[in-house]
Design a protein around this ligand. Structure first.
Ligand SMILES: [Fe+2]
Ligand SMILES: [Fe+2]
Length: 193
């Protein structure tokens, strides 16, 4: 009879499931922005292609990390595909401001989640902690690139970032059926405990 999972093992599986789904959404966002790149933002094509290749690598790395930890992908991956594609498409209609505001909002939200995960994983799964830290370096580079180019805060950029950050958190919570919220509470409890 299989031994019941410890709380730590459950948390590690949740981290993998949420992260893999998030990378799936990121692939959809950047794919849509590339596909619908407005003519005034053609110079962003190379950066979007490179960023998309990073997100594909991240998704694969989290998927590969699942098997040895007996974790399974989120069952609502299609929500991430549709949500990501919608977000990428709509933000590209605002051109450079929309694309950079989207990247800044999404990557800032992701960054906050990764910080908590690393603090927990350093004590419970050093191999996975190292993977998340490696991926976080590239996520920070996406965030910095977008924030540097957003320039002085415009009303449009600030509004888009607020709406997109909120939408990203809601999408994460809905698609994981509240897992991301429980994960945040449990990670904070585990880190503090
Ligand atoms: Fe990523
Ligand atoms: Fe990213």
């Amino acid at each position: 009879m299989p031994r019941p999972l410890s709380q730590d093992q459950k948390l590690i599986r949740r981290i993998l499931r949420v992260n893999h789904a998030g990378e799936h959404g990121a692939v959809s966002i950047y794919s849509a922005q590339l596909k619908r790149l407005p003519s005034g933002a053609n110079d962003l094509e190379a950066w979007l292609k490179e960023t998309l290749s990073h997100e594909n690598e991240h998704r694969l790395a989290f998927r590969e990390a699942m098997s040895s930890r007996f974790a399974k992908p989120c069952r609502a991956l299609s929500v991430w595909s549709v949500g990501g594609w919608f977000l990428g498409s709509i933000t590209s209609t605002w051109g450079r401001t929309g694309i950079f505001a989207c990247t800044a909002a999404v990557e800032r939200t992701v960054h906050a989640h990764l910080e908590e995960q690393i603090a927990f994983l350093r004590h419970h799964d050093t191999e996975l902690a190292a993977l998340v830290e490696r991926i976080q370096i590239e996520e920070i580079s996406h965030l910095s690139y977008a924030e540097e180019r957003l320039g002085p805060k415009s009303g449009l950029a600030a509004s888009l970032r607020t709406v997109i950050s909120f939408a990203t958190e809601v999408l994460i919570a809905l698609s994981t059926r509240g897992d991301s919220i429980r994960l945040r509470y449990r990670l904070q409890a585990a880190i503090e405990g």
